[in-house]
Structures are given as C-alpha cells and as structure tokens.
Design a protein around this ligand. Sequence first.
Ligand SMILES: Cc1cc2nc3c(=O)[nH]c(=O)nc-3n(C[C@H](O)[C@H](O)[C@H](O)COP(=O)(O)OP(=O)(O)OC[C@H]3O[C@@H](n4cnc5c(N)ncnc54)[C@H](O)[C@@H]3O)c2cc1C
Ligand code: FES
Length: 261
Amino acid sequence: MTSIQENSRIKCSEQITEDIFRLTLHAPLIVSQAKPGQFVMVKTSSNFDPLLRRPFSIHDISTDGDLSLLYKTIGKGTSLLSTFTQGMNVDLIGPLGNGFTFSDNQNICLIGGGMGIAPLLFLARHLKALSKESCTHQVLLGARDHRELEPIAAQFLSLGYKTELATDDGSCGHHGYVSQLLPDILPTVQGVCVCGPTPFMAEVARQCRAANLPCQASMETHMACGLGACLGCTIHGSDGAYKHVCKHGPVFDANEVLWPL
Ligand SMILES: Cc1cc2nc3c(=O)[nH]c(=O)nc-3n(C[C@H](O)[C@H](O)[C@H](O)COP(=O)(O)OP(=O)(O)OC[C@H]3O[C@@H](n4cnc5c(N)ncnc54)[C@H](O)[C@@H]3O)c2cc1C
Ligand code: FES
C-alpha cells in the first residue's frame, strides 16, 4: 500500500496533563487506509526547524475521517505540536508500517505502558468491531499516575472492555508495574499485543514466551524518514539480522526481536 501525504486540519487539541496532549485532525484519505498499529509522520513546523517529521501512532479514528494522536511533549517537535490550535493545517504522511494482525475468534490482551497506550485504543475499537460476542478481550494500562491514565482508560471502558490499571505512585489501580498484572490474565487469552518502553515490552515478551502465547510488540525507535530510505530506525532481530522499524514494523512478533537482557 502506498502512503499518502495529506494536509489535515486540526479539529481539536486537548491538554490531558501537563505534558500529554490529544490532537484530533481531519485526515479522511489517511483514515480510509489506516490499520491499528500503523503510524503517521507529522510535520511539526512550517519552517525547517525541526527539519524531520516526527512519528506518532494512530491513536484512534472516526467514521467521518478524523484521526487522533496521543503524545507527550519531550522535545522541540512535540512542544511545537502542543501549540497548534483548532483550524490550523498539519502535513501528515501515512498510514505507515504494518499494524497488528489477529483473528476474529481469539481473546486478546492489550497491554500498554506510558505513551505505549496510544495505539491500543484504535486496536481496541477495531478488535471490538471484528470479534464474536463471545470474545472477552482484556486491557491493561500502566502510567506514572492517575491523571495520565483515567481520561484514556475511560475510552476503553466506554467500548465495553474490562480494563485494569497500574500506576507507579499507586494513585489508581495496582501500585507497581502493569506487567505484574499479566500473569493472572495470560491463562484467559490466546494472544497479547503490547506497546511501551523497551524494558517493559521485553518483560511482557518473556512472560508470553514462558506461557507459550503469541505476542505482538509495537517498537519505538528514532526515525528520520519513516519510509525505509534512511536506515535510521534499525533494531536487532533474534535471527541476527537488522530490522527496520518503519518498514518491517513497527509491530513485530516478539520472538523476532532481540530483547535487551
Ligand atoms: C512508530 C512510532 C510511534 C510513536 N508513537 C508515539 C505516540 O503515539 N505518542 C508519543 O508521545 N510518542 C510516540 N512516538 C515517539 C515520538 O515520535 C517522539 O516522542 C517524538 O519524535 C519526539 O520528538 P521531539 O522533537 O519532541 O523530541 P526530540 O527533540 O527529537 O527528542 C527529545 C529527546 O527524546 C529522545 N527521543 C526522541 N524520540 C525518541 C524515541 N522514539 N525513542 C526514544 N527516545 C526518543 C531524543 O533522543 C531526545 O533526547 C513514536 C515513535 C515511533 C517510532
Ligand atoms: S526511519 Fe528511515 S529507514 Fe526507517
């Protein structure tokens, strides 16, 4: 599938916490092709600073062509993005990457940590629409504190998902890592989709391997082009080969990734 360059229009920019924002853009061309787990490259400046586009997972889409991004401000590009207001245009390239795969009769556990929660809402919406009534998917979400988690968790709950939370400070849900909730869930599902910081995904992958369950992990790296041209987004595969996150991923079978010990 070819990627699309689209001049989207901002419908809404919401500040969720001090440094987390949700941006809703009208981008019907990209939305018409988007699959859960794919990402867009966003031009965060009208000049050349920063020069490079920034990658963001597609957080959610709507039937009327809207696409939302959930992001944390960490540097120049995301700080600029947070100043964008309703009615402004934003240049996007997408949808990029491969996305998650699943079959319609399996119970899946979606587990996200920090900004790794971002791609899981679109996945949850899609999974819900595709699944048989009898499927009971699970959602496990972890973050620093309740302010980061509750507004996002509400959206999974509104889709009808059983949603369990974990926070670093214990301000809601389990006090500790969200991966600590996984052992109770693994016997009830046939697959896991994970996104978040690498050490967290490594731990989820380890638990899935021990339970002999398939695990799909959405990887994050620095990206320059997002199109397979610059080779700036490589990770090590378990077979010894380099993988390009923008082209071969961002979603990988966790067994194909060489995880840090
Ligand atoms: C496929 C993909 C999907 C992503 N989806 C999201 C998303 O949905 N929400 C979200 O908040 N972020 C997401 N990211 C990360 C996001 O792209 C970066 O946070 C963003 O590019 C930072 O841009 P910046 O100009 O603000 O920061 P910069 O000024 O470029 O960097 C600030 C600091 O952060 C570090 N940094 C930047 N990007 C990364 C990275 N990818 N991994 C580790 N360290 C990094 C830099 O080394 C630097 O120290 C995704 C990344 C990828 C590859
Ligand atoms: S970001 Fe350029 S090859 Fe992946």
